[in-house]
Design a protein around this ligand. Structure first.
Ligand code: SF4
Ligand code: SF4
Length: 287
């Protein structure tokens, strides 16, 4: 019988809960609902349920009409399954005629579910791994550049070189999962060929925090965020570049928002850097 904690929601999000017209347009386009066909997954249903939880707990027209009924444990559990089965693809935002910014709303709902302890247990293992060893695989974090072991020639200054202009943030998957080693291997070879002055954070690179943020565990993610930003600032690089799209999104959008200040260095995706190097003629595609 726990009430929603409205501190997880911005004023705009509270308005969005009211603004949903129940038109149902989002249902047609939700890929998860179309596979699973469970009502609690749909944007319409998530918004309606949460709105009724708020009104049941704090009052409002529905509460006045039907009586004051705060959400029960089973209500939260059913709601949680819909909130976590969503893939966060954001398609519902694109089609919503009212313009509800759905993805941040689903993330705020996940923060709420973590506070209530109603989230998939797999996220506990993830949080434990990231807080204990600072990566998602559970490997020793000093092995962050293990992917470079079988390069013909290991680039000089690959780890924490002072004075490097670029810091390559490799990301947990490319660092620890051999099937992805080809990504950092190819990227550093291209940067070397182009004469880019780069380094990595080596064992000082921690998970970017993306998996925790999408789990609704932003407090745990914040520790990673503060650590990574300080590690980059200490080396004084001008640009942080990443091959992983999730790392890129998190560094570019979530880091400044969560820290409440500019990072003080540029964030680029590897594709942007490669275009720049091609335009400058520093690398050339094979004919
Ligand atoms: S499309 Fe937007 S307004 Fe319509 S039901 Fe879905 S969330 Fe509500
Ligand atoms: S973000 Fe979630 S609710 Fe929206 S369309 Fe994608 S899966 Fe469906």
């Amino acid at each position: 019988m726990r009430a929603p904690n409205l501190a997880h929601f911005t004023f705009r999000q509270m308005l969005e809960l009211e603004a949903c017209t129940r038109c149902g347009e989002c249902i047609r386009w939700c890929p998860t609902f179309n596979e699973a066909e469970r009502d609690e997954i749909t944007p319409l249903e998530k918004i309606s349920r949460f709105r009724s939880f708020v009104k049941g707990a704090y009052g409002g027209f529905i509460a006045r009409l039907f009586g004051h009924r705060p959400p029960q444990e089973e209500d939260w559990e059913r709601f949680s399954s819909g909130v976590y089965d969503c893939t966060l693809c954001g398609r519902c935002k694109v089609v919503c005629p009212v313009g509800i910014d759905t993805r941040p709303l689903w993330l705020a709902m996940r923060e709420q579910m973590v506070e209530l302890g109603k989230y998939p247990s797999a996220f506990d293992a993830l949080r434990h791994s990231v807080s204990e060893v600072h990566n998602i695989s559970g490997d020793p974090n000093e092995r962050r550049v293990g992917w470079a072991d079988n390069l013909e020639r290991k680039p000089e200054g690959l780890e924490r070189k002072e004075g490097a202009e670029f810091i390559y943030f490799v990301g947990c998957v490319s660092s620890f999962y051999p099937m992805a080693y080809g990504i950092p291997q190819s990227f550093v070879m291209l940067m070397e060929k182009a004469g880019v002055n780069f380094t990595t954070l080596g064992g000082e690179e921690w998970c970017c925090g993306f998996p925790l943020l999408i789990a609704g565990m932003s407090k745990a993610a914040e520790e990673c965020i503060r650590h990574n930003v300080e590690a980059v600032r200490r080396l004084g690089a001008r640009v942080l570049v990443t091959t992983c799209p999730s790392c890129y999104h998190t560094w570019k959008s979530d880091y400044p928002r969560i820290l409440g200040e500019p990072l003080g260095f540029e964030v680029m995706h590897s594709s942007q850097l490669l275009v720049k190097l091609l335009e400058e003629g520093s690398i050339e595609p094979r004919p």
